[in-house]
Design a protein around this ligand. Structure first.
Ligand code: GDP
Ligand code: GDP
Length: 464
């Protein structure tokens, strides 16, 4: 087969790649996070390309790019340092359209910096020299030292406080390739799944198990102000985003406030999600935070999959049915939520968790025909009518589904005040039992109607 000398023929649009290199501790991962910042759209373990690369897809200089911290994968022991920086540089040179060569303004030029520089020699056109930790005035003298590395004037920035990152972006912009092959747009995920629950329940272990052995670096970087990290996965051609709230923690020593922040973080993640996985530690008791998260999900009609994690540690001590009964009593209001027993350590059922999440998303998006809804409501009404008030009985003329996520059903009735909330709960439960929405919250709304309009099967109300 003959090969055309095309330097970069990507099959589909891929974002331009920016590699970050430098010796340890200069601030590479801090810089990656600062550049990605709140603008991170996706954390993507670039599966299938190289196993040892983890990239963040982010918006930098107004472009969708992939940022790669070449030093962020694998631990480097003291003796392996030189080999490690060489390997980083080699990887950056092989892969990247632009290379951020990071040095430390406070420490000045060190032999390892020179080593990286030597490796990048000949590729100056792709390299931007970044003098990090330059927030302190009076470090200008170091700039001259770094100038001697041979990559032109260094850009002085502070990754820690975001100082002069716009200058850096301006220097980067002309290095990024243009054209349709590089105008990458991340596709909208088909499902967003929030992983919430108490510290140590095993949320990050589950994320890592789902990523198999692809490690995330971004969630492990301290000092970010983000509340959660989006981890993108693909399964059977479908895109899935895990919203991982585990990353930042233990920043408060007072138990109460720790829990307060954990809850707020969980709620923020849930608002962005289609489905919530409430991760429980099966070796411990259900806690207040678990109940609060469940309550929030119920109020907001969010589908929930309950996860009994660490199930490997419960073997022989407890039966699944026992634990299910315990959870049903401990977390009231969610008896319809499925419960999945997982072990993040052995990998048991972690893929099943995704299957269940997909199923819930499907149910939450279900549309049921009006005839079927009416049959279900009539059957529920026949089973149990609202008790008469002052001699009047509540009557349902007809019903119809008006929305999805959550599945929302409107019941047109003679007088809303004749239907107590207990009856509404009863109808919600019956609809779940008879319609294909068994495991998700549904909403039942009453609306007054003067008299019954045409009740021909399948007909919809005038404004339904
Ligand atoms: P890496 O090993 O190159 O990825 O370095 P890190 O990003 O882990 O940063 C090493 C240390 O430098 C951390 O303690 C950071 O908080 C700190 N650091 C990173 N950027 C800055 C900066 O702009 N200013 C200051 N003062 N410290 C920074
Ligand atoms: P997070 O705070 O919810 O992200 O919890 P981590 O994922 O950090 O896990 C907390 C601790 O529980 C770690 O020591 C994990 O190794 C352990 N752990 C997590 N999942 C499991 C599991 O399925 N089985 C067992 N035996 N231990 C687990």
């Amino acid at each position: 087969m003959s090969r055309t000398p095309d330097p970069d023929p990507p099959p589909a649009a891929t974002p331009p790649r920016i590699a970050i290199v430098g010796r340890p501790n200069v601030g590479k991962s801090t810089l990656l996070n600062a550049l990605a910042g709140t603008r991170v759209s996706i954390v993507e373990s670039t599966a299938g390309v190289t196993r040892d690369r983890v990239g963040v897809v982010a918006t930098v200089a107004g472009r969708t790019v992939e940022l790669v911290d070449t030093g962020g994968v694998g631990l480097v022991d003291r003796h392996g340092l030189e080999a490690a920086v060489e390997a980083q540089a080699a990887r950056a040179l092989a892969d990247a359209h632009a290379i951020l060569f990071v040095v430390d303004a406070r420490e000045g030029r060190l032999p390892l910096d020179v080593r990286v520089a030597r490796r990048l020699r000949g590729h100056e056109a792709r390299v931007v020299l970044v003098m990090n930790k330059a927030e302190t005035e009076g470090l200008a003298w170091n700039a001259a030292e770094f100038l001697a590395l041979g990559f032109g004037e260094p850009v002085a920035v502070s990754a820690l406080n975001g100082w002069h990152l716009d200058d850096l972006e301006a220097r980067l912009d002309p290095l990024l390739p243009r054209g349709p092959a590089f105008e990458h747009r991340a596709p909208e995920p088909d499902l967003k799944l929030a992983l919430v629950g108490r510290v140590n329940a095993g949320k990050s272990s589950l994320v890592n198990a789902l990523l198999r052995d692809e490690r995330m670096i971004v969630s492990e970087v301290p000092g970010t102000t983000r509340d959660s990290v989006d981890v993108r996965l693909e399964r059977d051609g479908r895109a899935l985003v895990l919203i991982d709230t585990a990353g930042i923690r233990k920043e408060r020593s007072v138990q109460g406030s720790l829990e307060f922040y954990a809850q707020r973080r969980a709620e923020k993640a849930m608002r962005r999600a289609d489905v919530t996985a409430l991760v429980l530690d099966a070796t411990a008791e259900v806690g207040r935070l678990d109940r609060r998260i469940a309550g929030y999900a119920l109020r907001h009609h969010q589908p929930v999959v309950l996860v009994a994690n660490k199930w490997d540690a419960c073997q022989g001590r407890m039966k699944a049915t026992e634990f299910a009964r315990y959870v049903e009593a401990a977390i009231p209001g969610l008896p319809f939520a499925p419960l999945v027993f997982t072990s993040a350590v052995t990998g048991h059922n972690v893929e099943r968790l995704l299957d269940v999440a997909w199923r819930l998303a499907g149910q939450a998006g279900t549309r049921v025909g009006t005839a079927e809804v009416n049959r279900a409501v009539e059957a529920a009404y026949a089973l149990r009518r609202p008790r008469p008030t002052h001699g009047r009985v509540g009557r349902v003329y007809y019903a119809s589904q008006v929305d999805v996520r959550p599945p929302t059903f409107v019941l047109f009735v003679n007088d809303k005040s004749l239907f107590p909330s207990t009856w509404l709960r009863f109808v919600e439960n019956r609809l779940r039992e008879t319609l294909p929405v068994a495991e998700v919250p549904v909403r039942v709304v009453l609306r007054n109607r003067e008299r019954s309009p045409s009740r021909a099967a399948g007909s919809r109300g005038p404004d339904a």
